[in-house]
Write a protein that binds this ligand. Structure first.
Ligand code: NI
Length: 392
């Protein structure tokens, strides 16, 4: 069967590339993937599968082997970004201000390619491969939760997902045996002081000064409140106050982001932020509001599943093509699936400096080396078949 997987992945190359270009030309934003959903349903139905609409604009379809067995899910995300496409290729976005600048166009195309690779081999398969096309990955907390609530993970033994990854050269597969992506957290602080003319600071409570002390205080959290062996980021990205040079304003607004690899650590950081804000404001006679936004959990792979994906990757790319990658501080709501069942997320190398494919994810000039798609299809196929075959 493994020879067939290589042959079928190669045979479907043009199909996968054409679909990726179609999705790139007509990108849709998170939760608005209507046309994308329609196309996926049509492609799957044409293969004789019975696709179901899921989580609003998502799609789920099962490929059932000839014999009963385990169920393995493979997930692709579907949404594009509110970015103007500057890739300057024939398949440049025709939806102004919307762009597949993260590679999700390729993820969908690879999953449809996987269906075309596995279907002819169905008689040799025991168990079910569930194809999950997930809408809305980019808008926190994402739609993975909705898919779980709708029951699409019930009875699934393991799940895998791939992200085309520009920082890795094409022909490489990046894996992590545990922590792979961070939990992103967002916070906002409003400091309310007392406005006055700049010439009379003694009658004011200056929110700019208070806010400055708060920012200084927040930067002690990582250095003085967190175990030095635990990676954490606290960054303030917004500090807004005042509009006139000689007036002390009433309020200041701070916003920032947090990155952690552990949910308890995030709770600890939130507690410390509020303690600092509360203490600084009390010392200065100011008031405050503190709020946090919901976010997806950290993405932690299952080592046993990763070992199988590693083997699949090595079969496709050679041993030298697979490597362990350092955890990334971006977030990814595939993490919700991994909290429920064993699984693995993988980075499929898609960069190629020689071809000018150098722009990072979410950049207006982002593109992928399309050779990555065929590798991705074969790696997903081999991983899925291997995961069906045996207990973890
Ligand atoms: Ni992405």
């Amino acid at each position: 069967m493994t020879d067939d997987l290589r042959r079928l992945a190669a045979a479907n190359r043009d199909y996968v590339v054409a679909l990726r270009r179609h999705f790139h030309t007509y990108p849709e934003l998170s939760t608005k993937e209507f046309k994308t959903q329609e196309r996926i349903v049509a492609e799957l139905a044409a293969l004789g599968l019975a696709p179901l609409k899921a989580a609003g604009t998502g799609v789920v379809a099962d490929i059932k082997g000839a014999r009963p067995g385990r169920t393995v899910a493979v997930r692709a995300d579907m949404d594009a970004l509110p970015i103007a496409d500057e890739c300057r290729r024939p398949y440049q976005s025709q939806n102004p201000g919307v762009c597949h600048a993260c590679g999700h166009d390729g993820h969908m195309a690879m999953l449809l390619g996987l269906a075309r690779v596995l279907l002819p081999l169905r008689t040799g398969l025991a168990g079910t491969v569930r194809l999950i096309f997930q809408p809305n990955e980019e808008m926190p907390p994402g739609s993975a939760i909705a898919l779980i609530e709708e029951g699409f993970l019930d009875g699934v033994d393991a799940i895998i997902g791939a992200h085309l990854w520009q920082p890795l050269p094409v022909g490489q597969l990046g894996l992590s045996f545990g922590r792979m992506m961070a939990q992103p957290g967002a916070f906002a602080i409003v400091i309310r002081g007392k406005g006055a003319h700049g010439s009379s600071p003694h009658v004011a409570v200056d929110p700019i000064l208070v806010g400055s002390q708060v920012v200084q205080g927040l930067h002690t959290i990582v250095s003085r409140s967190i175990d030095p062996l635990e990676p954490v980021v606290v960054s303030v990205g917004v500090f807004q106050a005042g509009s006139v040079y000689n007036v002390i304003p009433e309020t200041a607004r701070l916003e920032g982001t947090i990155r952690v690899f552990d949910e308890e650590t995030l709770a600890a950081v939130h507690r410390r932020i509020e303690q600092i804000v509360k203490g600084v404001c009390a010392a200065n006679g100011a008031e405050y509001q503190f709020s946090t936004a919901p976010s997806c959990p950290p993405l932690v792979n299952d080592a046993a599943v990763v070992r199988r994906v590693w083997r699949a990757g090595a079969a496709v790319l050679g041993e030298a093509g697979v490597s362990e990658v350092k955890p990334v501080l971006g977030g990814e709501d595939f993490s919700y699936f991994l909290k429920k069942i064993p699984g693995a997320f993988m980075f499929v190398g898609a960069g190629n400096a020689a071809k000018g494919i150098v722009h990072p994810h979410h950049h207006p000039g982002f593109d992928i080396d399309e050779d990555a798609l065929t590798y991705g299809v074969e790696i997903l196929a081999r991983s899925a078949v291997d995961l069906l075959a045996a207990e973890l």
